[in-house]
Design a protein around this ligand. Sequence first.
Ligand SMILES: Nc1ncnc2c1ncn2[C@@H]1O[C@H](COP(=O)(O)OP(=O)(O)OP(=O)(O)O)[C@@H](O)[C@H]1O
Ligand SMILES: [Mg+2]
Length: 311
Amino acid sequence: MTFPFDRRFLFVTGKGGVGKSTVTAALALALARRGRRVLVATSGARERLSTLFGVAPFTAESRLVAAGVWGVRIDVDAAMREYGGMMLKSRTVYDAVFDSRLVQGFLAGVPGLHEWAILGKVWYHSTETDGAGRHRFDTVIHDAPATGHGLEMLRVPKVIVDLVPPGILRRDAERAWHDLTDPIRSGVVVVALPEELPTTEALELVEALTSELGLPIAAVVANGVLEPLFTPAERQALLAAVPSGLAQPGDVGSSGEAGLMSAARRAIREELQAEHLARLAAVAAAYVELPLLPHGAMSLPGASTLAERFG
Ligand SMILES: Nc1ncnc2c1ncn2[C@@H]1O[C@H](COP(=O)(O)OP(=O)(O)OP(=O)(O)O)[C@@H](O)[C@H]1O
Ligand SMILES: [Mg+2]
């Protein structure tokens, strides 16, 4: 299945450093090319998305960062302030007491409220409408925290829905959870590298997201894929040739053998990668492979190249 471009909310997560921000940027460009207005949202202290788009650092005010793509940085303190204000019903009262240690301590002590303030704010952007009632953005992509933290973040609205008594906090979480669990509307994009541990972790993440939380997976993205030099048949032939090649005493140290050995090493790498890719491809309806770019992917041309792979 091709990538589900029609979702309104995408939550991009995966192990640290696997390419979540890069995938977010590539995906945003792919969606914008289809005429969609896209908002990319991040909350990371060291957000790299602005570097990727070659623009000034993102701020709490969404700004156009590429054709059809807006960027916003969720200010955690501001999000908490807004949330606390809503919970205390009166902003004035809240502002008056926000700086008191008591209130800060209270908010910090509510487990997950910090995460929920961020996720809730990003989700809110996916519901925003203009004066004519039209959605401001067709798709909101959350460049979310890495695996453990990302999963924590997604757990919070469910915990609130399940455990918190009816009230403002639950009403909002219910609306968000309704959207997040709707496969027509939302989806998690799991990013992985085609290596043993990252693949296993990505599969565990997919399992936790689906079985435990009941969240739809929009796609699994295998990033940093080595473009194969050999066909599967060539790989097999190379691997079969190595032991017998080494068994020939006259060949040891010859340039022919060195060439064969390096080709065989590459074949082994490709063979292992193919196994990991097959495991990743098997767990999601939509599956995308992004090549390892020789010069890195920290630029708009790099992200544009990757965007084409979304089909
Ligand atoms: N397909 C690719 N080809 C080449 N380099 C890549 C590719 N994808 C990502 N990179 C590089 O890998 C590094 C990490 O990528 P990125 O910042 O997107 O990861 P991340 O998952 O967002 O990291 P973090 O967990 O720190 O937020 C960056 O230097 C990026 O340019
Ligand atoms: Mg990142």
